[in-house]
Design a protein around this ligand. Structure first.
Ligand code: AMP
Ligand code: FE
Ligand code: FE
Ligand code: ZN
Length: 281
């Protein structure tokens, strides 16, 4: 059994439709795959249909953008929650709306120095998708300013850049609480990915655990080895599930679908713990 619990489609910042992500999962020899678009569950239905057509298990998921009081960005994966839970839905809608205003603000700053308009960016966003920096990167690639998303993220679009603007995001402990209230299983995504920016200290882990955190994503290409050792020890101490995943974004990132996987016992435990929705087989 090969299981990848973290992928993105063009419902957020991946480059493939949800059905195409499923086809890529099948081509990579996966038996089960989760779709975890940023702050959206809009891809679940078509991914589930494609998974049934292709004889692969589909795990409905989502990746929630969060921020701590110190301003550190945290991503929280949620599996098998109820997508209609009002409290959770309200938070992700707030984030999604704020992402739009924030992207417009970033584009207005960028347009002072680069040939970039809001229309250029929207051209790269599928209707209704969660807007993010990757879409701005796509427009900068099209304008010939950078070669690819990676170059955009290491230069113009870093969080230290003068063009960077923050957007509303819930505290990770609140997000954990809401995922649990919605019957989902919250898993801290790439917790020690220091290349993406500052990482959280012990206090935030404790707050998230107290709120009901159930797992940590350990095997992820952005987690350095010493950080993985720390996470395995943390998981053993607190009885947290340990997952491994690709964070596939189609052509938007070098991450290959299935490059990291999660043990079948862990997926079975996620299914036992969740009450919000079900794995589609
Ligand atoms: P945002 O949430 O809009 O601030 O943008 C962050 C998103 O950009 C993350 O979800 C990543 O998927 C994506 N990202 C971060 N670094 C890179 C990179 N080097 N290449 C492509 N995408 C990236
Ligand atoms: Fe992303
Ligand atoms: Fe993430
Ligand atoms: Zn992700």
């Amino acid at each position: 059994m090969r299981i990848d619990l973290h992928t993105h489609s063009n419902v957020s910042d991946g480059t493939q439709s949800p059905a195409e992500v499923i086809v890529s999962a099948v081509a990579a020899g996966l038996d089960a795959v989760a779709l975890t678009d940023h702050d959206s569950t809009d891809g679940w239905e078509s991914a589930a249909a494609a998974a049934q057509d292709n004889g692969i298990a589909f795990v409905p998921g989502m990746e929630i953008s969060c921020r701590t009081k110190e301003g550190i960005s945290v991503h929280l994966l949620s599996y098998l929650h109820d997508p209609a839970h009002p409290g959770l839905l309200e938070e992700i809608t707030k984030s999604k709306d704020a992402r739009l205003t924030r992207a417009e603000h970033m584009v207005s700053l960028l347009s002072e120095d680069y040939p970039l308009t809001w229309d250029d960016v929207i051209h790269h966003v599928a209707p209704g998708a969660t807007v993010g920096r990757p879409h701005i990167a796509d427009a900068l690639v099209a304008a010939g300013v950078v070669a690819d998303r990676t170059e955009a993220f290491t230069s113009i679009l870093t969080s230290h850049s003068r063009y960077f603007v923050q957007h509303y995001a819930p505290h990770p402990a609140l997000a954990v609480e809401l995922v649990r209230a919605a019957g989902g299983v919250p898993v801290f995504a790439h917790p020690v990915a220091s290349s993406r920016g500052r990482i959280v200290g012990e206090g935030v882990y404790q707050e998230m655990i107290d709120a009901g955190l159930l797992g940590v994503e350990v095997d992820h290409r952005d987690n350095p080895e010493e950080g993985r050792t720390f996470l395995r020890e943390l998981a053993a101490t607190h009885g947290l599930l340990v997952t491994g995943s690709s964070d596939y974004h189609g052509a938007g990132k070098p991450n290959l679908i299935g490059e990291n996987t999660t043990r079948p016992e862990v997926l079975a435990r996620i299914e036992e713990l969740a009450t919000g929705s079900r794995v589609i087989r």
